[in-house]
Design a protein around this ligand. Structure first.
Ligand code: FPP
Length: 250
């Protein structure tokens, strides 16, 4: 039986987040510059998006550019922005055909104008699509997201639009960039690193974590299916005991 056939369609995670890591090392191993790795990383993005759509996953969030990535050499940052613009242009028909809605999280005002405009264009054109919410984290940092949420909530309190006692999980959720998305069920990181790197800190509170040695440009549909199978083998307890989980199934 193929890996895909072993997947239980009734236990699909609603929201999968991916830290795409290892492009630079993949290129170095082959004697090429880091940007060659990013270029090949685009194929892995396509495979992952397609696999997620095929499995009827509701939300897929990809860490494409962090607030810290601005510290990389200018040529590398420029290549990443260029790849983003080109990929968005190229993939728009695929998004439309597969009913994929593009979203972003992070402060896209700081991106080059061309990248921001292309993003806004694809977001507008795909806004009525309903199958997969594909979110690109761009100039994203979780601590910055939480700081921004704290500021917005504080302003509402100062303006008497909200009482301190009313602050709960729903209020925090609704002030995060991800306010339209369910919490993250499953977080994948490639390339053998075992860090969260300031990604979706609030949203991964109950996520299952999956680390694979595969470098991002090599990550393909089979690797994604394998990860989902691993997710399905785990028991998610949300703080309860195994017995309580078993009881609730009956
Ligand atoms: C991490 O590898 C990868 C990134 C910082 C960027 C990911 C970008 C892409 C896959 C291409 C464009 C994206 C889209 C959405 C079209 P790394 O450079 O940190 O690798 P290393 O750890 O081996 O140095």
């Amino acid at each position: 039986m193929s890996v895909k056939d072993q997947i239980d369609n009734h236990k699909i995670p609603r929201h999968v987040a991916v830290i795409m890591d290892g492009n630079g090392r993949w290129a170095k191993k082959r004697g090429f510059s880091r940007v060659f790795g990013h270029k090949n990383g685009v194929n892995a993005v396509r495979d992952t998006v397609e696999a997620a759509a095929e499995l009827n996953i509701e939300a897929l969030t990809l860490y494409a550019f962090s607030t810290e990535n601005w510290n990389r050499p200018k040529a590398e940052v420029d290549t990443l922005m260029h790849l983003l613009v080109n990929s968005l242009k190229k993939e728009l028909p695929v998004f439309q055909k597969n009913n994929i809605k593009l979203l972003t999280i992070g402060n896209i005002d700081k991106l080059p104008k061309k990248a921001k405009n292309e993003l806004l264009d694809v977001i507008e054109k795909t806004k009525n699509n309903t199958h997969l919410n594909l979110t690109l984290a761009l100039n994203y940092g979780a601590r910055e997201e939480i700081i921004n949420a704290t500021k917005s909530i504080s302003k509402k309190i100062v303006n008497n639009e909200l009482n301190v006692e009313e602050i709960d999980e729903n209020i925090i959720n609704s002030h995060l960039y991800t306010f339209t998305l369910p919490g993250v069920d499953f977080l994948i990181r490639t390339s053998g690193e075992r860090r969260i790197s300031n990604f979706l800190l609030w949203q991964i509170a109950y996520a299952e974590l999956y680390f694979t040695e595969v470098l991002w440009p090599d990550f393909n549909k089979e690797n994604f299916y394998q990860a989902i199978l691993d997710y399905q083998s785990r028991e998610r307890r949300f703080g309860k005991t195994s017995e309580q989980i078993d009881d609730s199934k009956q």
